[in-house]
Ligand binder design. Sequence first.
Ligand code: UD1
Length: 421
Amino acid sequence: MDSIIVRGNGPLSGEIPIAGAKNAALTLMPATLLTDEPLTLTNVPRLSDIKTTNELLSSLGTEVAVLQGGQIIVLDTHKITNHTAHYDIVRKMRASILVLGPMLARDGEAVVSLPGGCAIGARPVDLHLKGLEALGAEIELKEGYVHAKAPTGLKGAVIELEFASVGATENLLMAATLAKGTTVIKNAAREPEIVDLADCLRKMGAQISGDGSTDITIEGVEKLHGATHPVVTDRIELGTYMLAPVIAGGEVELLGGRINLLAAFCEKLDACGISVTETKRGLKVASRNGRIKGVDVVTEPFPGFPTDLQAQMMAMLCTADGTSVLEETIFENRFMHAPELIRMGASIEVSGGTATVTGVEKLKGAPVMATDLRASVSLILAGLAAEGETIVSRVYHLDRGYERLEDKLSACGANIERVSE
Ligand code: UD1
């Protein structure tokens, strides 16, 4: 199993290209199941989760062509030849549940294993299933699998989500494109990845309005066709690398970054004394007077502060002035990075969904364990400014969400290397 070794090495300088969004790609790829014509995605990030999705789609009958080293993927699902998404693949990645809606909408049947994914809480899929039932699907849970049927096709309905779930909104949005009549998803998630999915579906012939707001309206159509679509910029990769020069010092340009992808995050950085400026090519980040002020953060659905940046923000606040309180409202078990940061000398107290961080002068390198995707990268960020060596083990989590992380950071002067045991 690989580890990553980071040695605190002073200020960073240079540029980091930001890839296409993992979370957008993971919902755009299953959209292939809605059409018998090819769907071409460009700006695809090169990640293990994308490989897993290719494997999953291939198992359902999709012909997958990977071009330009993985940046372009052509998905051709002329026919769905198998309607069961098996546990072996689904357990590796929770987003596999996103094949359920499209498969059901196209062929009236789908069997999908209940998902696994990151160990950051219970993460049920009840909202996906209730929404599909509202569209007329019959759903049964048997031996760890969701069995869904709609022999006479799905029918449009008004669905009010109890919580603005990203995955449920995506599954229902895809399913509704081929349902008969009008569907309205109320209290829909508003994440940029949802807007990106809607843009792609419109190119495929779907009739969708209101995406990016709380109410999405979909007029079902008979058939969707092929399309070519570039994956939106990864705002979480962007936010992660924006914190690197804040933690290590220096100035880095994030190529392809835009403030509107991360407005709430940028507001918090501003409150900490960090300037974010838009350039022709992306964003530049610099500390205004060298010291970082502590700040309180509450994670919320978009447009609020993203839960996927909470761990990285905590790593940054470990050496900020004063006390910061971080409240996690989306996932109930998402402070697993805290004990690891404490091993590096951080002062953090966790109580339920709240973590109180009291800034210390400097962190010290230590062997630490990655527990989930965003937790892993927070430990790498912390290591950038720690004294001595930080060894992060179990980095397979990182490879799910960050392409060429060591290359991107070392190109800016970080002392970071991957070692295989
Ligand atoms: C997506 C992102 C993930 C991000 C999360 C919140 C992908 C592939 N992953 O995950 O990186 O952290 O949004 O921004 O896009 N819930 C239910 N029932 C459901 C669905 C969700 O109770 O049927 C709960 C979950 O347990 C969780 C919360 O709702 O507590 C948020 O989940 P959701 O928005 O669905 O996140 P994901 O789509 O899984």
